[in-house]
Design a protein around this ligand. Structure first.
Ligand code: B12
Length: 293
């Protein structure tokens, strides 16, 4: 595994940025002074840039998005892969992203996600097209014994962290429209899909409360009282105890009825539950469904 200190520096110099955006260094300087392009200053007064600074700039100035190296930095630069990513196709990227997440190369993972978002502005494409197949592959490798439990944890946490950090550059509406509460049942450790649901809802302008892993439904009545969510989203990936999850599901549906909240459920764990026909309840399947819900 790669030592954190051996990772490529995430910082770019003004010269790097000028080269990437195909402008001269004086232009980069002017943009930073005008506040168009954010940066950090070193103790010595030098400007240093992160991909997220370029991301924010490219979102405002779309023509420069085409210049961004999606697989950035020195030897990692792979022009064929770059071409593919610009087209929003992930055939080659999936094995590359998988390998880098297993190696815990978080800088590259982060840059790929940020760059993809900058170019395509489409979280559903990234979640459904890249993250989900890579996580499934990590699971299959672990099942086959090709990855240890520790490696599986490290790889999935590397991806989880990058998904969360990508939110820094995601442009969200300025005003909240509705409130949503996102949770998993009390025996659930898988919370990455729930995190993604949270981000998609935020993108739609929802104010979201996310309680993550292992949420005892019985404890959530206070959330209904204080937060008044118009919507509740549950992600269920693995059901350890079907009876307990069934009881929690019924309790949650009842809470939603009492508080007039719509309940949206998704994930393969839901297939193991008896779902009543109820006008307040909606079964969703994909992240695209979350955007349409
Ligand atoms: C990462 C991971 C973990 C991490 C979770 C870290 C975290 N913070 O999330 C850790 C290491 C903790 C973990 C633990 C375990 N895991 Co695990 N894990 C995975 C892995 C690799 C990825 C899970 C994931 O995020 N997938 C990505 C999501 C996006 O994909 P998805 O779950 O298929 O979801 C899709 C839909 O279901 C849907 N969806 C899901 N939620 C929602 C919600 C809404 C609203 C909507 C619309 C859609 C939706 O959207 C997705 C797109 O189609 C999977 C492999 C896999 N195939 O997924 C195994 C996997 C889920 N784990 C598995 C197992 C067995 C376990 C453990 C029991 C292992 C153990 N023996 O301890 C424990 C269970 C703990 C528990 N009680 O929950 C099995 C489950 C098999 C099963 N269903 O019976 C899998 C499939 C691995 C395997 N191949 O066997 N795991």
């Amino acid at each position: 595994m790669m030592n954190a200190l051996e990772q490529t520096s995430p910082y770019l110099s003004s010269v790097d940025v000028a080269r990437i955006l195909d402008v001269n260094v004086a232009t980069v300087k002017r943009w930073t002074e005008a506040g168009k392009l954010d940066c950090v200053k070193t103790a010595g007064g030098h400007r240093k840039f992160l991909m997220r600074h370029l991301a924010a700039f490219a979102i405002e100035h779309q023509k420069y998005a085409q210049h961004l190296p999606l697989i950035p930095f020195g030897s990692e630069l792979n022009l064929d892969l770059n071409e593919e990513l610009l087209r929003g196709e992930f055939k080659e990227l999936i094995p590359f992203f998988l390998e880098k997440s297993i190696l815990c190369e978080s800088t590259i993972i982060q840059n790929i996600l940020n760059s993809l978002y900058m170019v395509h502005h489409d979280l559903v494409l990234i979640y459904d097209g890249l993250i989900t197949p890579v996580l499934h592959e990590i699971g299959s490798k672990w099942e086959r014994g090709d990855l240890s439990i520790a490696q599986e944890h490290l790889a999935s946490q590397t991806i989880r962290d990058a998904i969360i950090k990508m939110q820094d550059i995601v442009v969200k509406p300025e005003n909240w429209t509705e409130r949503a509460f996102v949770l998993t049942f009390s025996d659930e450790l898988h919370d990455i899909p729930a995190k993604m649901v949270q981000h998609l809802l935020e993108l739609r302008g929802f104010q979201v409360l996310f309680s993550g892993q292992r949420t005892p439904v019985g404890d959530t009545s206070s959330v209904f009282k204080s937060f008044h969510p118009e919507r509740v989203y549950v992600s269920s990936v693995f059901v350890e105890n079907a009876q307990q999850s069934q009881a929690e599901f019924s309790e949650l549906l009842e809470l939603c009825r009492t508080n007039n909240s719509a309940l949206f459920v998704g994930g393969s764990g839901i297939n193991q539950l008896k779902i009543e026909d109820d006008s307040q309840l909606h079964r969703l399947w994909t992240f695209n469904d979350v955007m349409q819900s």
